[in-house]
Write a protein that binds this ligand. Structure first.
Ligand code: TMP
Ligand code: ASP
Length: 236
């Protein structure tokens, strides 16, 4: 199914799909990193869990009219996706304060943020993915003002769908990160949506069910990712 390795990232490898120009195979790794690669570890089964979770979420979004690069899950750790022209932007949507916004702006963790806050980060490891504004994004990311608006509108639509999904699972979606790409002139959701890229809190216990257990060293990453997958399996 896969041919040449094109790129290796921190959590996934990207291969050209065999005999299918315009398609790629994403292979989810067991590696976890935090703080721009400063903290690293590997957890057997993490790649499989994120592939299962992200595939289910992209299918859920597709059924609700949100196009993404996702085509199909191929096996335990791989999925087939459409090749996109990467937009080097990380789009974060925040419903509840956690992580960098609490440190940057002195907002207490768990403060409700309604209406949700959309933030843009320039995807560039050497710079540590800095927070940028709209004009910076237009300058640096090869997108027009109209395309940026479309990205923000899509991010908020996705937030509505994901918030509904996770509420049904007894989980608070505190925040998450999205990436987008272009296929010709269309902007489509890309990358992954998983506990690596979301903050997910159990509604009853407020326990963290996401990569923060690894970032903060407070729990077992495999156990909490399994918990998210089991809850998702019950409905999608
Ligand atoms: P932050 O609070 O550290 O800015 O993170 C906001 C959300 O984005 C959180 O759900 C984790 C996710 N995220 C990533 O997926 N990749 C990253 O490189 C960073 C910094 C955050
Ligand atoms: N900073 C990312 C995170 O915490 C991972 C990394 O860049 O190594 O999600």
């Amino acid at each position: 199914m896969k041919a040449d390795l094109l790129y290796e990232g921190k959590a996934k490898k990207v291969y050209q799909a065999a005999k299918q120009l315009g398609k790629l195979v994403l292979s989810y790794k067991d590696d976890a990193t935090a703080f721009n690669g400063e903290k690293r570890a590997s957890f057997a089964g993490k790649g499989h869990l994120n592939n299962e979770i992200s595939s289910r979420i992209f299918e859920y979004l597709r059924e609700r009219g949100i196009d993404s690069h996702f085509i199909e899950q191929l096996n335990e750790t791989e999925q087939l996706v459409n090749k996109t022209e990467i937009i080097p932007l990380e789009v974060v949507v925040r419903n509840v304060a956690a992580g960098s916004i609490t440190r940057r702006l002195g907002i207490e963790e768990k403060t409700n943020l309604y209406p949700p806050i959309v933030e843009l980060y320039y995807k560039k490891d050497e710079l540590g993915d800095p927070l940028i504004n709209d004009e910076h994004a237009i300058l640096l990311c090869n997108i027009t003002p109209v395309e940026l608006q479309e990205i923000k509108t899509k991010a908020l639509q996705i937030n509505n769908h994901l918030s509904e999904l996770f509420t049904g699972l007894g989980v608070i979606l505190a925040d998450f990160k999205l990436e987008f790409g272009k296929i010709k002139d269309d902007i489509v959701l890309s990358d992954e949506i998983s506990p690596d890229t979301c903050r997910l809190w159990d509604k009853e216990t407020m326990n963290k069910l996401d990569k923060d257990v690894f970032r903060q060293g407070t729990g077992n990453i495999i156990e909490v990712y399994e918990e998210i997958l089991h809850r998702l399996e019950a409905i999608v």
